[in-house]
Design a protein around this ligand. Structure first.
Ligand code: HEC
Length: 112
């Protein structure tokens, strides 16, 4: 009889340990890693778009000298360079440069 009580307590103890350890294991929060799409858009801005914005736009729109500002207006910027409204009082951008605005708009739209 005594042995049975011991075994019962032992099993209870094991069960309690299992419950407490499983509950105290807090799941780690997801690390704040930038999405691959964000990284792609940022790299494209640095490599291909920033130089155009700097030479043709930032004189009047200083916000395009950083990725965040350019990201915010990526879609409208493609529209205005494609229809020739911008750069203001200058000739329309070359097709190759307009294509870069479109590519940037596409990359920004893909950011989750
Ligand atoms: C000489 C100054 C100047 C330059 C250079 C310039 N802009 Fe503008 N931009 C303006 C002004 C002023 C406005 C306000 C609207 C207007 O007067 O046409 C404007 C308006 C805009 C708008 C808002 C249009 C709308 O419909 O809401 C966008 C977007 C824009 N510019 C993008 C650009 C981009 C991209 C470039 C470079 C390729 C550029 N701008 C170059 C002066 C400039």
């Amino acid at each position: 009889m005594k042995a049975l009580v011991k075994i019962t307590y032992c099993l209870l103890f094991v069960a309690l340990m299992a419950i407490t350890t499983s509950c105290s294991k807090s799941s780690d929060p997801a690390p704040d890693v930038p999405s691959p799409q964000l990284t792609a858009a940022q790299s494209y801005y640095d490599a291909s778009l920033k130089s155009i914005l700097t030479s043709k736009c930032t004189r009047c729109h200083s916000e395009y000298s950083n990725f965040a500002g350019a990201r915010t207006d990526a879609a409208v910027n493609y529209t205005v360079v494609n229809n020739g409204a911008m750069p203001k009082e200058m000739s329309k951008l070359a097709d190759a440069d307009i294509a870069k605005f479109l590519q940037f708009k596409t990359l920004v739209a893909a950011i989750p």
